[in-house]
Design a protein around this ligand. Sequence first.
Ligand SMILES: Nc1ncnc2c1ncn2[C@@H]1O[C@H](COP(=O)(O)OP(=O)(O)OP(=O)(O)O)[C@@H](O)[C@H]1O
Length: 247
Amino acid sequence: MTTTLILSQAAVALHGVSRVFGRGPSAVHAVDDVTLEFPRGGWTAVMGPSGSGKSTLLHCAAGLERVDTGRVMLGDTDLSAATDSQLTALRRTRIGFVFQSFNLIGSLTAEQNVALPLRLAGKRPSRSVVRATLDAVGLADRARHRPRELSGGQQQRVAIARAMVTRPEVLFADEPTGALDSTAARTVLDLMRAMADAGQSIVMVTHDPGAAARADAVIFLRDGRVVDRLSGADTRQVADRLAAWEH
Ligand SMILES: Nc1ncnc2c1ncn2[C@@H]1O[C@H](COP(=O)(O)OP(=O)(O)OP(=O)(O)O)[C@@H](O)[C@H]1O
């Protein structure tokens, strides 16, 4: 009973999750027996040295990649037991994903990009929903612009609107500010902070201690394992802890 309650309070829970690439002596344990919960309504940053398994962990938690062993629970749904078509449906409706490189479709306007996940889920996008989602990221006046007519920060905000239009349970972001200058990065992080304050669950991989310090908690990976965590830390504390694990 207690276990069930704890599980359903997590937005995503990983239980003994491993992901191995290759076999034999050259096998890489990208994620190595990780058990961890990402809290509902919280913003968690994932940090660690290059190659420590951050992106692989994020992909496993989001159902973009299968785990070799262990279980991934999205709310009460076991992603590791889902069929490919169930996973596809789930990714389209219950999960939002934002990439470092925005991944917008260049031939579509901002509002068409935002409407895309609804179309892919077989829904007829309502213009008012799409416009409200663009408005929420501060880009209502850019609805008819194509990606090349937008700044990097604006493109990333369109990508966030596209990820949010289905009202996903969890927003996953892999280096969302990695391609942005510091001013644009701050705007994107302010937006994510406001979303988390409004109850959105967010999991974000970042190399940037300043970005991680905007989250509620930071977990640190090394060699595919969770080795440390901080809550409510400032940029200096995050940077110091990261440096300690990089050596
Ligand atoms: N498709 C793959 N095939 C083989 N090895 C892989 C694959 N994807 C990742 N790896 C390996 O798994 C390990 C973890 O990779 P991952 O990209 O998750 O790390 P990361 O912490 O996100 O790295 P970075 O900060 O450099 O982006 C690395 O050693 C990487 O080379």
